[in-house]
Design a protein around this ligand. Structure first.
Ligand SMILES: Nc1ncnc2c1ncn2[C@@H]1O[C@H](COP(=O)(O)OP(=O)(O)O)[C@@H](O)[C@H]1O
Ligand SMILES: [Mg+2]
Length: 271
């Protein structure tokens, strides 16, 4: 039976158990290939399940994925980006297998990692910005010209030729966002995009994200960061605990985190 999701309820429900007349928000059956599709996806390492039985069709413009440390958020992002393949089930992005169609993914899916230093490969900002374009087939000189033009257009002309190492953490994060945007992907995956940044940098980056026309999938442990999302999914121990409107899911998540925090036990799942 095809499955669907009722976004007006916290619970995930089989499409067959609720009709469109009863609930206009049911998204299944999953025949639409656009967006990110996970069908019965599980991921295990050495037999230890990390993600179990995830079926999701992510097509909204702003999607939040919340969960405490160790719930499987970053693993889910790596699966969606094709950096790892599922142990079971299938992941597709616009109908393509992201682990196999690496080149085609460049214009479809961008990733902003939590730590810019895990992402930056080159010593200068313009080389960093040009890299994706070169991978997409543009000649090196043309790619560098476009990268420099982008830096000038963004009011960062003085960064041309500078050492990336001299930029602040927030500036390196911004550079990573720009290098993703150079490839004009339809969807950007953001892993804890504001964690560890000072407040003005958080505000600046949040404004930059808000202005983007792309689909954004934001992974975070902070419910406030996804309060304005069209849809929020709560991951708990590698499974979907709730999936629905931001207000309801973030409130339920915050309540549960406060309840866990009130206990003495370590609430971190990652061990
Ligand atoms: N390659 C791996 N080998 C072993 N354990 C892993 C691996 N990747 C993730 N895990 C474990 O899976 C769980 C989920 O990790 P992760 O996806 O990073 O969670 P989150 O991003 O929500 O904090 C953690 O317990 C983590 O230690
Ligand atoms: Mg993580």
């Amino acid at each position: 039976m095809a499955k669907g999701w009722c976004h007006c309820q916290l619970a995930r429900v089989p499409a067959g158990s609720i009709t469109r007349q009863m609930c206009k928000d049911v998204t299944g059956p999953m025949t639409d290939q656009g967006g990110i599709m996970l069908e019965g996806v599980s991921y295990a390492v050495a037999g230890k399940p990390i993600l179990s039985g995830l079926s999701l069709h992510l097509h909204e413009r702003r999607i939040g994925i919340v969960g405490r440390n160790g719930s499987g958020k970053s693993t889910l992002l790596r699966l969606m980006a094709g950096l790892i393949a599922p142990t079971d089930g299938q992941v597709t992005v616009d109908g393509l297998n992201p682990a196999r169609e690496r080149k085609k993914m460049l214009s479809r899916l961008g990733i902003l990692f939590q730590n810019p230093d895990h992402q930056i490969l080159f010593p200068t900002p313009e080389e960093e910005l040009a890299f994706g374009l070169i991978q997409m087939g543009l000649a090196k000189e043309a790619a560098l010209d476009r990268a420099k033009a982008r830096l000038r257009a963004e009011g960062r002309a003085e960064w041309i030729g500078a050492a990336v190492a001299t930029l602040s953490q927030g500036q390196r994060h911004w550079l990573c966002l720009q290098s993703v945007l150079m490839m004009e992907p339809a969807t950007i995956l953001l892993d804890e995009p504001l964690a560890g940044l000072d407040l003005p940098t958080q505000a600046r980056l949040a404004r930059a994200f808000e202005g983007l026309t792309q689909r954004l999938v934001t992974i975070t442990h902070d419910p406030a960061a996804v309060a304005a999302a069209d849809r929020v999914i709560w991951l708990e121990a590698g499974r979907v605990r709730a999936d629905g409107a931001a207000a309801e899911v973030t409130a339920a998540f915050a309540f549960e985190m406060a309840r866990l925090g009130a206990q003495d036990a370590d609430a971190d799942l990652a061990h």
